[in-house]
Design a protein around this ligand. Structure first.
Ligand SMILES: O=C(O)C(=O)C[C@]1(C(=O)O)C=C[C@@H](O)C=C1
Length: 396
């Protein structure tokens, strides 16, 4: 059983939540005045662009030097991971979005500033981030969305291995899928938290667009379709309509599917377009997911809790006592302290037969007073409470 309520995802809601008007700022505030109304000759326009590029480059270099100063101000730290501050990154990016008056979209600006911060941080040493490999998976796309391309991605064979490598300190962080908007929770990911000491220190939401990829690029050649079971399920209606007779073969990841599709003309993979580039496959059709708003949520795993960003979510693992009203007692402290619950999911707790643990997501950080008060009351009712993490709510 799982229910989920998104918080602060939409730009309008985000701005309203930050106490700012949801509407865009008036046109008079736009830097449009700098662009002349009458068309200029091409060479003049390019001259302007060259001048702006010089300024941008100078400012990026200056920012990088200040980021080095921030690094020094943090004192002599051992590794790149010690310089990383997800809460600060989230604040920087929220300011970028709040300032955006166009013409570039929020997504584009977010990507550009994410890359600038990623490069600034990598001046110390690039972060090492484990992900469900091989190259070309949606997990790798989520990694790039969250950490930028200056982080060093470590492709790993399974979700378990991502946990292991972060626990062992071979990776600074890990990125694992946890739920899909249409297919629900990836229970094997949640179950890892029953025994893992790792903390959740971020979340990423990724729009997932599936493509049918093959060596020849021709639909009529295809007799077998490889993909991760989740991706096969996301494209069920499309496959029923276009490839009703083809064999559907579940494999460990979409990129693994692409790797197999490379070996025969009658095989195809369902995967992201980037997997097609990595494995040299042609796009037969796409996007082919049944729901156009298909989105996967990923968790960022680390070894420590970070400070509040001001727009956070807390994930808890709560073991209830086997007694009447137990779940009611566990949930009521959140209601009493005005903490909204975004998600609740029960899983066998592995502590005894018919014993359940509840994965609960609430708005706010454990250091925020209402969450801290609710947690201290919760301790009186629950058999055990584990804080899995308090982390910035995903941006876009
Ligand atoms: O503000 C900091 O703490 C920095 O280290 C600077 C900076 C940035 O480039 O803005 C870089 C890396 C951190 O993860 C957060 C922010």
């Amino acid at each position: 059983m799982a229910t989920r309520k998104p918080v602060g995802g939409k730009p309008a809601a985000r701005k309203a939540a930050a106490g700012k008007p949801a509407a865009r700022k008036p046109a008079a505030r736009k830097p449009a005045a700098a662009v002349p109304a009458a068309p200029l000759v091409l060479s003049e326009v390019r001259e302007r662009i060259d001048g702006i590029d010089r300024q941008i480059q100078g400012l990026i270099a200056e920012r990088a030097r200040w980021a080095q100063q921030v690094g020094k101000a943090k004192g002599p730290l051992k590794a790149a991971v010690d310089y990383y501050r997800p809460e600060r990154e989230s604040q920087v990016l929220r300011q970028v979005l709040d300032r955006n008056d166009g013409p570039l979209s929020d997504e584009v600006l977010l990507r550009l500033f994410r890359e600038i911060m990623s490069a600034c941080l990598a001046q110390q040493e690039p972060l090492k981030v484990g992900f469900l490999g091989p190259e070309g998976t949606f997990s790798q796309q989520a990694l790039h969305k969250h950490f930028g391309h200056s982080a060093k991605g470590l492709p790993l064979a399974s979700i378990e291995e991502v946990f292991q490598e972060v626990e062992a300190g071979h990776a600074d962080f890990g990125v694992v899928p946890v739920e899909n908007s249409g297919q629900g929770t990836i229970q094997s990911t949640l179950d890892m938290f029953l025994t893992s000491p790792l903390k959740i220190c971020g979340e990423v939401e990724l729009a997932v667009h599936q493509h049918l990829l093959s060596r020849t690029g021709r639909l009529e050649d295809i007799e077998r379709v490889y993909s991760h079971p989740m991706s096969l399920a996301q494209c069920k209606a499309w496959l029923r309509q276009h490839l009703p007779k083809a064999e559907k073969i579940p494999v460990a990841s979409n990129a693994e599917a692409a790797r197999r599709a490379r070996t025969a003309d009658d095989a195809a993979a369902i995967a992201g377009e980037s997997a097609g580039h990595v494995y040299g496959l042609k796009v037969v059709a796409g996007p082919i997911e049944d729901r156009p708003d298909n989105t996967t949520r990923f968790l960022v795993l680390g070894r420590e809790l970070f400070s509040p960003s001001g727009h956070d979510r807390t994930s808890l693992l709560v073991y209830v006592r086997d007694q009447p009203g137990a779940l009611y007692n566990v949930l009521s402290p959140f209601a009493r302290h005005g903490v909204s619950m975004n998600r609740i999911e029960s899983r066998p707790s592995h502590t005894g037969r018919w014993q359940y643990a509840f994965f609960i997501d609430v708005s706010g950080h454990v250091q925020d007073a209402p969450v801290a008060r609710a947690l201290s009351e919760l301790g009186d009712y629950a058999a055990d409470v584990k804080v899995l993490g308090s982390y910035p709510v995903a941006l876009l």
